[in-house]
Ligand binder design. Structure first.
Ligand SMILES: [Cu+2]
Length: 353
């Protein structure tokens, strides 16, 4: 935009015609985020190797962390009641859109490969699911006799260490390896194509009170994020949480986290839970593929209902349409929620299924 303004000023200065200058048609190459099942072996290897490299590179933001762990730390801190930037609220989708972009850029930076994109996991498609959890990509289910540690693939125990874990209050076990226990009682199945269709049918981006209590039959955001039957929002041990009615289902985005991570055994006072159920869920790189799919569904919704976003104003900083977001604004990224709404302006698109 600034470039166009400058051009107009320049033309005026040399006495050129007052006709508006045609906007410069810069060649726009959109990078394509593909379905995991359509990646070539080379693309899979490139993505995995870039992640491993990120894990071995110091963070440019804080030398205390690796570049990968910096993202884990940000995501964990976003759950503090004092920050509340990324979940159980309207900014859930824009915040994660920007998060994926930053991560994707970091992968390109450390790998020197400008074409790397985050592939998406279409969890409604068993072929996509099989490709995600294959030994040449994310590795598979944890091994029961090893406390459900992931023992195969590039992120297996001994090869991939979890450095930033949840606070003790949230995760009493604090394992330093990936734990996956698919399909326990907390969530037996992955969401279906019918449920995605229902999400796409919601006509409003979000409705009041713009948190986990927003009515999911009206709010696209909360239908997709997956909070159901929430009685009230809480802040315990400094972390955001919810109180639900007994037996509340876990849906959509939340359900996928819980399907992978599991919780067990049923009824235990101090249950085990897998990496993907925690606030540091992105210690499991499956997180990125899952969130690319969430972002894809949002982009499909935008194509149907327009680039609308609520709330426009009146909510806490970082949730309103023209607000910048934590922690991005602290590291010099003044992008507003509004700036995230058009993915073509952000330089990427999603491959059609
Ligand atoms: Cu998240």
């Amino acid at each position: 935009m600034r470039r166009v303004v400058l051009l107009v000023v320049l033309l005026a200065a040399v006495g050129a015609l007052a006709a508006p200058a045609a906007s410069p048609t810069a060649p726009v190459t959109l990078l394509v985020r593909k379905d995991v099942k359509d990646l070539t072996p080379q693309e899979k290897a490139d993505f995995v190797n870039a992640i491993l490299k990120l894990k071995a590179t110091p963070s440019p933001y804080n030398p205390k962390f690796s570049y990968y762990d910096q993202f884990v730390w940000w995501h964990r801190q976003a759950f503090l009641c004092t920050i509340g930037a990324a979940h159980m609220s309207s900014a859930f989708l824009p915040w994660h859109r920007e998060f994926l972009l930053l991560f994707e850029n970091a992968l390109r930076q450390v790998s020197g490969n400008p074409n790397i994109t985050i592939p998406y996991w279409d969890w409604t498609d068993p072929n996509s699911t099989a490709a995600v959890f294959a030994p040449d990509f994310m590795g598979g289910m944890g091994v029961a006799s090893k406390n459900y540690a992931v023992m195969n693939g590039p992120f297996r125990k001994g090869k991939w260490r979890l450095n930033v874990v949840d606070p003790k209050a949230n995760d009493p076990w604090g394992f330093h390896y990936l734990v996956r226990n698919f399909s326990t009682f907390v969530r037996r199945n992955l969401p279906t194509t019918n449920q995605v269709a229902r999400a796409l049918g919601r006509s409003k981006y979000d409705v009041g009170p713009y948190d986990a209590m927003s009515n999911p039959s009206e709010s696209f955001r909360n239908y997709l994020e997956g909070w159901r039957w929430v009685k009230r929002m809480t802040c315990e041990d400094g972390l955001m949480g919810v109180v639900t009615r007994k037996g509340a289902p876990h849906a959509m985005h939340n359900a996928v986290h819980l399907w992978i991570g599991g919780v067990w055994p049923k009824g235990s006072k101090k249950p085990y839970s897998g990496t993907m159920t925690l606030n540091t869920s992105l210690n499991d790189p499956v997180f990125w593929l899952h969130h690319a799919n969430i972002d894809r569904i949002w982009s499909q919704w935008e194509a149907l209902h327009g680039e609308q976003y609520q709330p426009v104003s009146g909510q806490r900083r970082g949730q309103n349409l023209n607000d910048t977001m934590w922690p991005y604004r602290n590291v010099g990224i003044q992008m507003t929620i509004k700036d995230t709404l058009d993915i073509s302006k952000l330089g990427y698109t999603y491959a059609a299924p």
